[in-house]
Design a protein around this ligand. Structure first.
Ligand code: FES
Ligand code: FES
Length: 156
């Protein structure tokens, strides 16, 4: 039986009926049409579905939607600046060639954002650790690390 889920997504209050077995990724993509978070493995292994839940990067494919009750969720769609420009972190991914096929990119960016929000000037090791759960089959990771380092050098 469906239950009402009340939470905030990218600053907007949302209230909708969800089945207890639905995962947060399904609700974001299928109910709210926020398709930035991707479904890769669906098993918590690849990080393509990463969103920020109460400040923490989580794999939304294995996070029950009802766990988001009362929470604040940020998806990649929420990172645009009020004037529609990309955030510094997003722009750095482009500037440093950290986006190839792009499938991993929203999840990478949200893991990086969660890190930078908590630790604005991380070491390379800390960046690598924060992104360890986000797999990329294209870039070899070097440009991604460089992009996060570049974003950390700028004020947001
Ligand atoms: S789709 Fe969620 S971790 Fe792979
Ligand atoms: S850019 Fe293709 S998987 Fe990362």
């Amino acid at each position: 039986m469906k239950q009402i889920l009340n939470f905030t997504v990218n600053g907007e209050p949302v209230s909708l009926a969800v089945e207890p077995h639905w995962m947060l990724l399904e609700v974001l993509r299928d109910q709210l049409e926020l398709t930035g978070a991707k479904e890769g493995c669906g098993m918590g292994e690849c990080g393509a579905c990463t969103v920020i839940l109460n400040g923490r990067a989580v794999n939304s494919c294995i996070t029950p939607a009802l766990e988001a009750e009362g929470a604040e969720v940020i998806t990649v769609e929420g990172l645009l600046q009020p004037d529609g420009r990309l955030s510094r972190l997003q722009q750095a991914f482009i500037d440093y060639g950290a986006v190839q096929c792009g499938f991993c990119t929203p999840g990478m960016i949200l893991s990086a954002k969660a890190l930078l929000d908590e630790n604005p000037q991380p070491t390379e090791e800390e960046i690598r650790a924060a992104l360890a759960g986000n797999l990329c089959r294209c870039t070899g990771y070097t440009q991604i690390i460089q992009a996060v380092q570049a974003a950390s050098r700028k004020e947001d």
